[in-house]
Design a protein around this ligand. Structure first.
Ligand code: BES
Ligand code: ZN
Ligand code: ZN
Length: 508
């Protein structure tokens, strides 16, 4: 047990990889002979150029390389090795990221620790800063490895090598974009470790330890309430969910303020921190229950955004609130039919103990509103199976009454490839959470409109905040993908929120 409780006490060494941009391949510190040539669409010019430079038969190249997103063709020419990398026609940020991630993940055995990404050969994307950011993000996420708990470590990815270097060959000055990209990717990898961690390695106390360490290292304030303080504050809904667990709940408050004094908007982020969701007495079927170790994906997105915002010194006051507990079962566990209280003072009839996320978020949200009065309030939660059934792994579900906020979050999502799609919050759905015996109930008892009625429930705890958005990320936080080796954490939300915040503060 000692080992377990110490597991997050040590922050892994940040990637040591050096990334830089230059106009001349000969300027690279260590000369590499491995080139990646990103190519948007069926660009024959670059193939002709390569053919002419190296006396290659262009017809072979044209036949075997179409430039589709994620397509890779290795070309060996003299002492040089080229990986032609398709990005697809008119590639967006997400296409570039995915293509580079595929190259990094699927071709890891062939890649070398020194890579030159040559943006001068192919048709360069319009926004080279964004393209370089996406490319580096893809390379670094593709180097992420599951299997942290294996006795025998897996083969090291070449880009995890201590002397790894990525050089971007370009005429433009993209160094700021590369720096930003590296910070985001490092944070995403740390957050993926956290979400992928088995449930015995991430009790609420471990989450608190993780963020305390992060705050210490990256200079933001972190405070964690234990069981007594949670009780004293009257967070009855969080306590009710925690009743059946052997491990105490934690209420985590993190706060980042820019080093330079000034007037900044205050944005509060609230994340669902259920470290494991058995469903409680309304127990889940066993088949996929192990996946419920990821039920703290919302909390993880909040932590990652705070860490990265602090490292990047974004001009915004950022609050992170995470109510954290297991949803477990023992003789003390919360039972369907119980009426519980809440921090806001409202009473809740518990119909289903598996609808626990909305209970703990209720306390987190009303605390955030009452205590910090933020300009913008955003919660992120792996809240409903309904969101997964509706959207699969493709987009998060967004709920808000504020059209401007909806627009900004939607745009941010499309820009960075962490998409959001809006669903209604109409009062037509209010009956779903009406209770005969208490102020409201936590489940309608019906198999319909699950994500919406969950959002309606949360709405009752935000005190009519004019700029509140609820993001149900159940489908996108922990996903199947071709580039992460099965079901695994996506780190969804970090880049989305950072993109939104950079637009909000006009530093984009
Ligand atoms: N954590 C789950 C939601 C979930 C499901 C997340 C699948 C990720 C993947 C949540 O606590 C839950 O169990 N929700 C129930 C609510 C229902 C009982 C009202 C659901 O959506 O089925
Ligand atoms: Zn649940
Ligand atoms: Zn849950």
């Amino acid at each position: 047990m000692l080992l377990l409780s110490l597991s997050w006490a040590v922050i892994p060494k940040p990637l040591t990889m050096k990334v830089f941009a230059t106009t001349q391949a000969s300027n690279t510190a260590k000369l590499s002979n491995t080139f990646v040539v990103p190519i948007a669409g069926s660009n024959e010019e670059v193939l002709h150029q390569l053919g002419a430079d190296h006396k290659l038969d262009v017809s072979w190249l044209k036949r075997d390389f179409k430039g589709e997103a994620g397509e890779v063709l290795p070309v060996y020419a003299g002492t040089k090795r080229y990986f032609l990398l398709g990005l697809g026609e008119k590639p967006a940020f997400a296409d570039i990221l995915r293509s580079f991630r595929i190259l990094s993940y699927k071709w890891s055995k062939q890649l070398s620790p020194e890579l030159i990404i040559d943006w001068t050969l192919g048709n360069v994307p319009d926004d080279l800063n964004a393209a370089a950011d996406a490319a580096l993000n893809g390379l670094l996420l593709g180097a992420y490895q599951l299997g942290k708990y294996k006795s025998e470590p897996a083969d090291q990815h070449p880009l995890s090598h201590p002397d790894a270097e990525v050089c971007m060959l370009t005429d433009a000055d993209i160094s700021a974009a590369l720096q930003l990209s590296q910070v985001i990717a490092e944070t995403q990898c740390r957050i993926m470790d956290l979400v992928n961690a088995p449930s015995n390695y991430k009790l609420p106390s471990n989450l608190a330890a993780w963020v305390a360490q992060s705050g210490q290292q990256y200079a933001y304030r972190v405070e964690t309430w234990g069981q007594d303080q949670i009780k004293a504050a009257g967070m009855h809904a969080l306590l009710a969910v925690n009743q059946g667990s052997a491990h105490p709940a934690a209420f985590i408050i993190a706060e980042y303020k820019p080093a330079q004094a000034g007037h900044y908007p205050t944005v509060a982020l609230v994340g669902k921190g259920v470290t494991f969701d058995t469903g409680g007495i309304s127990i889940k079927p066993s088949t996929n229950m192990h996946l419920m170790k990821s039920d703290m994906g919302g909390a993880a997105a909040v932590f990652g955004t705070l860490e990265a915002a602090s490292r990047l010194q974004l001009p915004v006051n950022l609050i992170g609130i995470v109510p954290s507990t297991e949803n477990s079962i023992d003789a003390n566990a919360l039972k369907p039919s119980e009426v519980i209280g809440s921090y806001a003072g409202k009473t809740i009839e518990v119909i289903d103990t598996d609808a626990e996320g909305r209970l703990i978020l209720a306390d987190g949200l009303s605390y955030a509103v009452k205590h910090f009065n933020p300009d913008v309030l955003i919660d992120l939660a792996t809240l409903t199976g309904s969101a997964v059934r509706t959207f699969g792994y493709v987009t998060g579900a967004m709920f808000t009454h504020n059209d401007d906020l909806a627009d900004q979050l939607y745009q941010a999502g499309w820009q960075c490839g962490e998409r959001l799609w809006r669903l209604p919050l109409w009062d037509l759905y209010k009956d779903d959470i009406k209770s005969d015996v208490a102020d409201l109930r936590n489940f309608s008892g019906k198999p319909t409109a699950g994500a919406i009625s969950a959002a309606k429930f949360l709405e009752a705890f935000v005190e009519n905040h004019p700029a509140w958005a609820h993001l149900d990320i159940a489908g996108v936080a922990f996903t199947d993908s071709e580039v992460n080796g099965g079901k695994a954490a996506s780190a969804y939300g970090i880049r989305l929120l950072l993109t939104y915040l950079r637009h909000l503060t006009k530093t984009a």
